[in-house]
Design a protein around this ligand. Structure first.
Ligand code: ZN
Length: 129
């Protein structure tokens, strides 16, 4: 758990959602349904869409190597150059898999990891880029 100051500089307690890795306020964590409802409504509004779009542009600019790597994988999968296996490269479980990069500078040098293994790798490692 971590303390941050929000825009109006109240101190708010935030925590990182274990499943999604998203930062959520404690209120949102305790009111998931209501939060989702409000968040969906906001994301559909003009303001929400604009804010979201700006955040995406900013994210991509800041993570250009990462974004390029993800795009390269997506395109290669679409072309049929690479395809996802059915089992995780780490734990061999049959699950939905993520294309994982140890190093974003090698966009097609990927391993296929299930969500828990992927999360674990990023908890213990820093991908190179
Ligand atoms: Zn796994």
């Amino acid at each position: 758990m971590d303390h941050h100051r929000d825009a109006r500089s109240r101190c708010v307690v935030v925590l990182v959602s274990l499943e999604s890795g998203h930062v959520m306020s404690v209120w949102a964590e305790n009111n998931r349904e209501r939060f989702r409802e409000l968040n969906n409504k906001y994301m559909r509004s003009e303001k929400g869409r604009a804010v979201n779009q700006r955040a995406n542009v900013k994210y991509r600019a800041k993570n250009i190597t990462k974004t390029r790597a993800h795009t390269a994988v997506r395109d290669a999968v679409r072309r049929g150059d690479i395809s996802a296996p059915t089992r995780c490269d780490e734990c061999s479980e049959e699950k939905r898999l993520h294309a994982h990069h140890d190093n974003y500078l090698y966009p097609l040098d990927i391993r296929w990891l299930c969500s828990p293994c992927h999360q674990e790798w990023h908890d213990n490692n820093e991908a190179l880029s």
